[in-house]
Design a protein around this ligand. Sequence first.
Ligand SMILES: Cc1cc2nc3c(=O)[nH]c(=O)nc-3n(C[C@H](O)[C@H](O)[C@H](O)COP(=O)(O)OP(=O)(O)OC[C@H]3O[C@@H](n4cnc5c(N)ncnc54)[C@H](O)[C@@H]3O)c2cc1C
Length: 233
Amino acid sequence: MSIHEVIGKRVELLDQGWIELQDVMGDDLAIANAARVSFLGESKGEEADKKLLFYLIRHRHTSPFEQVEFKFRVRAPLLVWWQWVRHRTWHVNAQSGRYTPFKKYDFYEPSTWRQQSESNKQGSEGEIDPGDAERLSALLAEHNNRSFELYQQALDAGVAKEQARLFLPGFGVYYIWVCKVDAHNLMHFLSLRMAPDAQAEIRVYAQAIYEHFFKPILPWTAEAFGRYVLREA
Ligand SMILES: Cc1cc2nc3c(=O)[nH]c(=O)nc-3n(C[C@H](O)[C@H](O)[C@H](O)COP(=O)(O)OP(=O)(O)OC[C@H]3O[C@@H](n4cnc5c(N)ncnc54)[C@H](O)[C@@H]3O)c2cc1C
């Protein structure tokens, strides 16, 4: 698959989220060439270049991977945004709730409800009883509708958008942002956010980046990353 077939591709996630690749700079060859500038060399052919990338990943010679940049546009609930922006190596610009009013259905409603994990106080495992799940989904929908009504009432009363949003249902509000990162720091993000202890919602986004964008754009790097960092079988 060529880079041009992947740029502009959008992958739908969760109930109304998505991620699309807006732009890319560089490829596996750019990484090999950056590494070879040490001795003022360039590509030595596919086999040698691929071998070099595997060597770089294995020996954590990371800076050549910073020569490749990925730019995404993301729509995700605030709870994903909040975890994403902890990664300081990303460059981010986000929609402003002070400027753009939220719409009625801009809220995440999960298709399943996970149980609290016994072993990981931050984590979840398995799903709750289907009867309880149905009741909770109805409650969340009711809560979101009521929150939006109150938000609208505040706007109608002339309250500024920046303050009226206090009525919105917090972590489930969908946000849109654009973000740019280099391949080295993207691999760091993926290794943390695809791990089983990451929250399921951000894992879905990290997995989509890995499968739909990272693998097609940097196939050799992805193979080495899968083998030596993720330890995939
Ligand atoms: C499963 C999980 C649970 C988490 N739970 C919590 C939690 O309970 N509370 C909480 O607050 N956070 C939590 N986090 C966030 C976590 O602590 C990190 O902030 C987040 O994963 C970003 O990682 P990072 O700093 O390595 O990445 P980045 O910010 O992308 O940085 C990448 C690397 O660059 C270097 N770096 C970047 N900026 C600096 C700097 N200013 N100084 C020195 N080195 C720098 C570091 O080596 C860093 O590893 C959690 C993360 C995960 C994955």
